[in-house]
Structures are given as structure tokens and as C-alpha cells.
Design a protein around this ligand. Sequence first.
Ligand SMILES: Cc1ncc(COP(=O)(O)O)c(C=O)c1O
Length: 436
Amino acid sequence: MPTSTAHIVEREKQHRLPGGQSMTDLAGIVVDRALNAEVWDKDGKRYLDFFTGVGVCNIGHSHPRFLADVNDQLGSFAVGTFYTDVRSRYYELLSSRLPERLGRIHMFSTGSEAVEAAVKLARAATGKHEIVSFWGGFHGKTQGALSLHGGPRKHRSGPFPPGSHQVPYAYCYRCPLQLEHPTCDHHCVGFAEQSIENGSVGDIAAIIVEPVQGTNGNIIPPRGYLRALRQLADRHGALLILDEVITGFGRTGSLFAFEQDPETAPDVVVLGKAMASGLPASAIVSRADLVEGTPFGAPSAAASTFGGNPLASAAALSTLRILLDEELPERSRRLGESVSRRLASWVEEFPFVGNAGNVGLMVGVELVEPGSKRPLPKDVTRGIFRELMARGVLAMAYDSRIRIYPPLSIPEHHLEEGLDAFEATFRAMSDSITRP
Ligand SMILES: Cc1ncc(COP(=O)(O)O)c(C=O)c1O
């Protein structure tokens, strides 16, 4: 007799620790199979996947070429850090797509681990120890990465390593300095500089920043912001680390978000999530002249058990080949243009859509109490999430900052179908939100 959804959920719940991804319990489904942008649960219900494990599956689920490549590698060799043909090919292909100065790559397993390594590299390369990060920024949950977070997720998790400074991000809809873009002339960068000068001990090793703040709600800074941070880093002899764990591999309409403003010229880029389409793989890519510093560059000092193992390397190589051959970054840019039009119409039509924006298929929608910027309360947004699921869409729509990450390979009619479901949900709930 087939095992029921309730039975499977209960069996897992009996044994697991709390603290798992909230999406798991809010959705409550048991996933059975998935193909490109579609997911089926154990009960046969079909969903469009606008979640993709938080932007992990840019090439779509169960891509046949990806399955074949990973299976091939699994059948031959899957363990350890010896040189492999597959990893050397991956490094070669990835390098060919990066600016020449970012010539060195090292693989890890998770985004947090790669962030920790980037910080370690920056400290070794500069001989300095302080790190500047941003309000609303998120870089992972290991202790060092969490110390860089600019928000309440780190509350009561201290003490953290010393030398971490958080400064305001260019979150223009809720400008922390109450200014307006573009007349502000990126004053938040000037403010950050004053914070650094007054709050640091003058020993800044690096500034680490997300090109678009993912966990904070897909918050898009204005054009020119990253370049201004580059200049800020230069003025302080600090490295600029771009955390492209979510924005990388085509999500924002170019292979990496920083390509959209070449003057950003990062010193180190952190990669993860979509890099290997579900297999645990992350990486840092760095300027070649920075990597020899110790302790980072000492034998074994940057190594980890699973980092760059043959299976992860095969998955990463296959993913990158598919992204390039199918021109998925370009597709993300193109589909993003039609998403932008939809979002603009939502802001027009629904008084509770306060702000909405996208870069490629990285989409953020901010829900507010009509006539204000107060976030819609959780009981309302949970209702939106459930309505959306009932209409067959999985998305991070359970709080006031909705985050949408479809596969970049999503067929256009599925993208439209999912956006229609959002619209139908908003319409169905409009009365109860605007006249509670
Ligand atoms: C920008 C960014 N950096 C780092 C991380 C941490 O990655 P991981 O969960 O793989 O440790 C995340 C995870 O959401 C992230 O969004």
C-alpha cells in the first residue's frame, strides 16, 4: 500500500530537529518528481515551481543532459579531492567566462562555507581583519557568516568574531536615510564611509555585499551603487567581495550580476546555490595575486572534505554547459522584461503592492497595508501563500516580501500561468486586505 503524505510527514517530524526551512512546513507537501518548472507531490497535485529551493535550479528540474552527466560520474568515481578531468574542465570553462583578473577558483560545498573562505582569504591577503557588510545582508548561518548579517537573524547568537561592521544598504523603497534616489547621489555610501571612519579601528580587510539582497526580499540597489562600493573599498585599501550565491549563474539576466556594471570589478566572488543544480557545490573565485597569503594559501588550509569532489564538479560542469548552450542568462533577461511589465501593473492595480521589481528572473514584491509602508501582517501573507498553493504555485509568498525564483528555462506559458495565479490570488484577497 502506498505511504500517505501525512504518514511521511509524521515519520520525519518525529525524528527531526526544529529550525528547518519554513517553506517545508508551510507547504507541507511531499515532493514526488519534477520536470523543468513543474513539480508533482505524492498525491499527484501539480505545481509550478517559483521557489526552486531558493533559486537553486536555474536549468530546470531533471534536465536530461544533467542527469546523464551526473550519472556517468557517479558510475566512475565520486569521492575525494584528487585532480580530476571533470574539475579541471570546470575550472577552465568557468575561468573563460570570468574577467581575466579573477583567475583562481576553489570549490566548497555550501554558500556559508565559501563566504567563510572569502573572509579568510581577505584577511590573509590584506593582513587586516575588519569586514564591512550591510543592513539586510545575508551570507549564511555558520558563525562567521552570521556575524556579517545585518538583521535580527543573528540576535542572541553571539558573541561573534570581532571586527564586523554593518552599514545601510541602498534599499531605496525604505531608504534608511529618508532620502530619494537619484537626488540622494548615493548618500548611503557616504554614510557608510563615515561609519567606517568612526566605528572601525582602521583595519578594513574587505567589504562584502550582495549585488541584489536575496534573503532580504530581492532588494535591488540603483545602478552605480556597486561601483560606488568599489571606490569606497579602494579608498580604504579593502577588497570588494561580491556574494553572488543567489544572483550567480544567470539569475539576474547575465551569467553574473556584476557583469552588468563592469566597473564593479570585484576582487573575490562567492558562488553557490544554482552552481550545481542541487548537488552541494559552492566556490570562491579570486584575483590570482591575492591567494598566496597565509594562512589561506597554506597546504590544506582552504580544503574541505567534499569541496570540489568529482560528483559536485560534474554537476557544476554540466550546469554551466547547459546554461551557456541554452543561453539561459539571456533568456532570464528577456523573460525578465515581460515580468517587469506585469509587476508594474500590479503596483497600479493593487493598493497593497507597495513595491515590486526584478532583475532577470530574480523577482521581489513587497506587500504593505494600503496607503502606508507598513508590511502586511503574517496572518494575511500566510493566507496569500495558501491561496497561491491552491492555485498550483510554490513561491516564497509567506511574508510581506515575496521572493520569486522560477527556473530560467521555464516555458513562457508556464511563467505566464504562474503570474496569472499571483494575480488571481491578489484579486481574490483584495477585498479582505483593503477592507479588513
Ligand atoms: C547571498 C547568500 N550567501 C550565502 C548564503 C549561504 O548559503 P548556504 O545556505 O548554501 O550556506 C545564502 C543562502 O541563502 C545566500 O543567500
